[in-house]
Design a protein around this ligand. Structure first.
Ligand code: AQP
Length: 333
C-alpha cells in the first residue's frame, strides 16, 4: 500500500480551492492508501497569527477535515506541533539545504514581496514541509498545483541527503496533482488562485462554511466576460468561465464533454453561475452540518487528535533518530 502524506494550514477560511485541490482527493483515495494528514500549525506561524484565533482554527480545521470525510480510523490525522520530530527534522534538513534553493521558491518570493518584514520561518517553510513528508517515507503527496514546487524541493532535499549521507535513506516522494480542481481561481479575479488570505474579501472565495445564500451570491458576482459561449478555454479573457466550468467538473466528476452538455440549454452566463452554485451548495451542505455537530464536542476532537499524534510519532520519532545517527549525532543512552 502506498503511503501518503499531506498537510493543511489552520489559517482559517478553508475554501473551495483547498477542498477541490487537496482534501477531496485525500478522502476519495483514503481506503486505498496508508494516510498521514497533518494540520500544519508550525507552518502557519511563518506569518503573524493571533494566538487565540490560531488555537480555535486548529480545532476547527480538525472538525472540518473529519466532516469532509477524513476518517480517523482509516487515516492518521494529527497536529504537526504535537509530534516534535517535525521541528527537529526541519533543523537537520536545514543543514543539508542550500540557501539559494529556498530563495528561488515562487511562494516565498510572492509572499515576501507583500510584507515589510519577512520572518526567517517564511523562507524555511519548504524545509519544514520537506521534513513533514520525508519523516514518513511518503510515496505520494496529494496537493494543489501551487504546492508542486515545494514537493519537488522535498525531492531535491531527499536526494541530496541520500547522496551526502546514505543512499536510499529517504523515499523520494511524488507530487499527486488532481486532474480537475488543481488550481481553483478567485471568483473576483480569475487569473489569480483562490486564496485564504483574500477569502474575507467579498466575492473572492467560497468558504466551506458559507451558507447557501452566500455561496449563490458569490457565484452570481463571479467575473466572466462579455461573451455568451460556454466552453473550456485557455484564453486569459475567458478565465472566469473556464474557472466556473473547472469547478463544476471537479465537483461532479464529469468529463469536459458532459459538463458542456449540461449547459447546452443555458441562456447565458447567468444560468452557468446558478448551475455551478447549486452543485457546490449540494456538496457543502452535509459537510457544514457535520462540522457543526463535531464542534460541539471539543473533548472528542482532542481525543482523536491525541491518538493521531501517537500514531504519527511512532513513525516519525524513530526516523528522526535515524537521521541524527546518520548525521553523526550521539543519541541519548
Ligand atoms: N486555489 C487553490 N486551488 C487548488 N488547490 C489549492 N490549495 C490552496 N489553494 C488552492 C491547496 O490546498 C492545500 C492546503 O493548502 P494550505 O493550507 O497551505 O493553504 P494555503 O496555500 O495557505 O492556502 P491559500 O489559500 O493559498 O492561502 P494564502 O492566502 O496564504 O496563499 C494545498 O495542497 C494547496 O495546494
Amino acid at each position: 500500500m502506498k503511503r501518503v502524506f499531506s498537510g493543511i494550514q489552520p489559517t482559517g477560511n478553508i475554501h473551495l480551492g483547498n477542498y477541490l485541490g487537496a482534501v477531496k482527493n485525500w478522502v476519495e483515495k483514503q481506503a486505498e492508501k496508508e494516510n498521514f494528514f497533518c494540520i500544519v500549525d508550525l507552518h502557519s506561524l511563518t506569518v503573524p497569527q493571533n494566538p487565540e484565533q490560531l488555537r480555535f482554527e486548529t480545532r476547527s480545521l480538525a472538525a472540518m477535515l473529519i466532516a469532509a470525510g477524513i476518517d480517523p480510523d482509516k487515516s492518521t490525522l494529527f497536529i504537526q506541533s504535537h509530534v516534535p520530530a517535525h521541528a527537529e527534522g526541519c533543523w537537520l534538513l536545514n543543514c543539508v539545504t542550500p540557501l539559494g534553493w529556498l530563495q528561488r521558491m515562487t511562494q516565498y518570493k510572492d509572499k515576501s514581496a507583500k510584507q515589510e518584514s519577512v520572518l526567517t520561518g517564511l523562507l524555511d517553510y519548504p524545509v519544514l514541509m520537506a521534513g513533514d513528508i520525508l519523516l514518513y517515507d511518503a510515496d505520494e503527496v496529494p496537493v494543489g498545483e501551487d504546492q508542486k514546487q515545494h514537493v519537488e524541493l522535498a525531492r531535491d532535499i531527499a536526494q541530496r541527503f541520500n547522496h551526502v549521507y546514505e543512499e536510499e535513506f529517504f523515499v523520494i516522494p511524488q507530487p499527486i496533482i488532481p486532474q480537475a480542481g488543481a488550481r481553483v481561481m478567485g471568483l473576483d479575479e480569475p487569473t489569480n488562485k483562490m486564496s485564504k488570505s483574500l477569502a474575507e474579501k467579498r466575492g473572492h472565495a467560497v468558504r466551506l462554511l458559507d451558507e447557501p445564500k452566500e455561496i449563490l451570491r458569490s457565484f452570481k458576482r463571479a467575473v466572466t466576460d462579455s461573451g455568451r459561449e460556454i466552453q473550456f478555454s485557455t484564453d486569459p479573457d475567458k478565465a472566469g468561465v473556464n474557472n466556473l466550468l473547472g469547478i463544476y467538473k471537479a465537483v461532479t466528476g464529469k468529463s469536459e464533454a458532459e459538463v458542456i452538455a449540461d449547459f447546452s440549454e443555458a441562456r447565458g452566463y447567468g444560468d452557468l453561475k446558478v448551475g455551478v452554485a447549486q452543485v457546490v451548495i449540494d456538496m457543502l451542505n452535509p459537510i457544514r452540518e457535520r462540522y457543526q455537530m463535531l464542534m460541539q464536542d471539543p473533548a472528542e476532537l482532542d481525543r482523536l487528535l491525541a491518538r493521531g499524534a501517537q500514531q504519527a510519532a511512532a513513525v516519525a520519532a524513530p526516523k528522526v533518530d535515524q537521521m541524527k545517527h546518520t548525521m553523526g549525532l550521539v543519541l541519548p543512552a
